[in-house]
Design a protein around this ligand. Structure first.
Ligand SMILES: [Zn+2]
Length: 386
């Protein structure tokens, strides 16, 4: 994900003069490119490529007395001005052909001295944020920056902007991993949870906090069944059959999107709130065997575990999988005896009492056991924590 970070900058008087020259050079190159393309269009010639314009309007132009002052600016700034002109034309052509959404655009116009001015430095221009906090720009100098917030990573480019009111800004483009903000350890290192995936609730977290199975799982499943039945009744090759097939495909698509969004939301919350995350390495397909109506949920379990592991790892969380044969449900979390419900008969038992006197909610007890086993594995160095 690319983000822009914008800061006010305060160039000195000589730097403002140098910047004005650079803005002027970029503007001239942009305008020369627009003029060259207009001329080519008028004379029915092919659209001149950026490579050709680069040679004519930058490399060769620098050797003429009319444009020799272009040499006073970083070549990258001039190349970027050409790239801007090229982008403006591509947008214009896309708009003409209807490939670009929104109102029709006019062809690129000449830039004026009075509007907002901008020049862009890419990484190969060797701009640099110095240790003293100043921004070094080649052939301009070291500029004072008001760092209102820290840059999260090294920027790939910086655009220096002068507004019509005479204020200066530096706008950095930074590639940000969306998990970067999560990668800081949580203030509470004990914020850890086991995750017990289930039938009644989608999952149970620490302290019995449940993630309910969303109602749309069942609702969409019913809708899909109905559409599939309707499809099977339509005559082969008929227009109605084609229509019914589109309807089934649309429901499948809706299921996919809705499930994916929902899973992402759950994963994001869990990773944001927990420093350690422990799950059962489930045979997900077996979890709701015999309940055909739950197939959306089955797919969601698999997606949930995969994305949870990936996001937890990227955010620097502790993540461990507990062996699927670990008796998380049967184990009494108070005394350690295997007294809990077992087998298919045990599926309906929500609460149970151990011989030691402890009364357990089935899922909350399982979460405690999964969390402890996960913590034990990590401490022993066995876990797949990567
Ligand atoms: Zn017990």
């Amino acid at each position: 994900m690319l983000l822009r970070y914008r800061y006010r900058i305060y160039p000195t008087r000589p730097q403002r003069t140098t910047l004005a020259g650079a803005f002027g050079c970029a503007r001239v190159v942009f305008n020369d490119a627009v003029a060259a393309r207009r001329d080519a269009h008028r004379e029915g010639l092919p659209y001149p490529t950026t490579a050709r314009l680069s040679k004519a309007l930058i490399t060769d132009a620098k050797r003429t007395s009319r444009r020799s002052w272009l040499a006073s600016v970083s070549a990258v700034v001039l190349q970027q001005a050409l790239a801007d002109a090229d982008r403006a034309y591509r947008n214009f052509f896309a708009s003409l052909s209807g490939r670009r959404a929104g109102a029709r655009m006019g062809p690129p116009r000449f830039k004026r001295r009075t509007g907002t001015q901008a020049i862009r430095f890419t990484r190969n221009a060797r701009f640099k944020v110095l240790d003293n906090g100043r921004l070094h720009l080649p052939k301009i100098g070291d500029l004072k920056v008001a760092w209102s917030r820290a840059l999260p990573a090294g920027p790939s480019s910086v655009t220096v902007i002068k507004t019509a009111t005479g204020k200066y800004y530096a706008s950095f483009v930074v590639a940000v991993d969306e998990d970067a903000e999560l990668a800081e350890p949580l203030a509470d290192p004990d914020a850890e949870t086991g995750i017990d995936l289930g039938l009644k609730d989608f999952a149970v977290l620490r302290s019995g906090k449940a993630i309910e199975s969303p109602k749309f799982f069942r609702k969409l499943e019913r809708k899909l069944k109905k559409a599939q039945r309707a499809l099977s009744r339509k005559a082969k090759g008929s227009a109605n059959r084609a229509k019914a097939r589109v309807k089934v495909a649309k429901i499948h698509e809706k299921i996919k999107d809705t499930r994916s969004d929902w899973v992402n939301k759950q994963v994001k919350t869990i990773v944001a709130e927990n420093q350690g995350i422990y799950v059962e390495d489930l045979n997900v397909r077996g979890l709701s065997r015999g309940r055909a109506a739950k197939s959306i949920q089955d797919a969601a379990f698999g997606m949930f575990l995969t994305r949870l592991e990936s996001k937890a790892n990227r955010a620097g969380r502790t993540f461990a999988k507990v062996d699927r044969y670990f008796p998380s449900t049967r184990l009494c979390s108070s005394c350690g005896a295997l007294t809990g419900p077992t087998g298919l008969d045990g599926l309906s038992i929500r609460r149970w009492r151990c011989g030691c006197g402890a009364v357990h909610d089935r899922d909350a007890n399982a979460e405690i056991n999964i969390r402890r086993e996960g913590q034990r594995l990590v401490a022993a160095g066995h876990a797949d924590t990567r």
